[in-house]
Design a protein around this ligand. Structure first.
Ligand SMILES: Cc1cc2nc3c(=O)[nH]c(=O)nc-3n(C[C@H](O)[C@H](O)[C@H](O)COP(=O)(O)O)c2cc1C
Length: 186
């Protein structure tokens, strides 16, 4: 018999590190779990309107999304607990350095191996959240995590967010080929 449970109804969640510039060109980054892919070329993220990131996205209408790794998890957590509204050198403090994207006016965090470059399509104020819908206009990854030109999960060391235990977990192991292993029931 199944019992009702109270928390963590959608799990696991991603650990998205959103990179933006402010009006002075100062880079900022924040951790976002409430985000996902829409179709083949778009994403959405759900942001609190008080974040510096949200203001920066409204200003530039461009941003990056890097994917957290187990190796950099402390820095990825730090950008999720401290606001660029209060700490001037937020990225420096956790050891992140950035390179400006050549596709969008947004920083790419050098220490995270895979990143997408995004351009805003729509910003919706709904249900008390700011929902940003964006088009993916570029994708970049360190050579060290690529195999045959594609991001290799076995090399990247990505982390996900466990909303129940409130911890980050490593993505490990290939448990079956998608659109293939299930065909045995055909
Ligand atoms: C694991 C984790 C997940 C988070 N997910 C979100 C999210 O999806 N949306 C959001 O608005 N804030 C989220 N936050 C909070 C922001 O990352 C945090 O408030 C951050 O300090 C904002 O930084 P900024 O003001 O420099 O943009 C999350 C924080 C953590 C630690």
């Amino acid at each position: 018999m199944k019992l009702s449970f109270e928390k963590g109804f959608f799990a696991p969640l991603p650990v998205l590190i959103i990179g933006t510039y402010d009006a002075n060109g100062t880079p900022d980054a924040m951790n976002a779990a409430w985000g996902g892919q829409i179709g083949m070329t778009q994403i959405s993220v759900s942001l609190s309107s008080s974040h510096k990131t949200t203001a920066n996205i409204r200003l530039n209408r461009e941003f990056t999304v890097a994917f957290a790794t187990a190796e950099q998890i402390a820095a990825c957590d730090y950008v999720g607990v401290v606001s660029g509204n209060n700490v001037e050198n937020k990225l420096e403090k956790c050891g992140f350095t950035v390179t400006k994207s050549d596709k969008v006016n947004a920083p790419i965090i050098d220490q995270l191996p895979a990143v997408i470059e995004c351009r805003v399509l729509d910003i919706q104020e709904e249900f008390g959240e700011t929902r940003v819908v964006a088009e993916v206009v570029g994708m970049k990854a360190d050579e060290s995590v690529l195999t045959d030109g594609k991001v290799d999960y076995a090399k990247a060391g990505f982390a996900v967010y466990d909303t129940v235990s409130k911890c980050y977990r490593a993505v490990v192991g290939n448990v079956g080929a998608a659109r293939s292993i299930g065909r045995k029931f055909e």
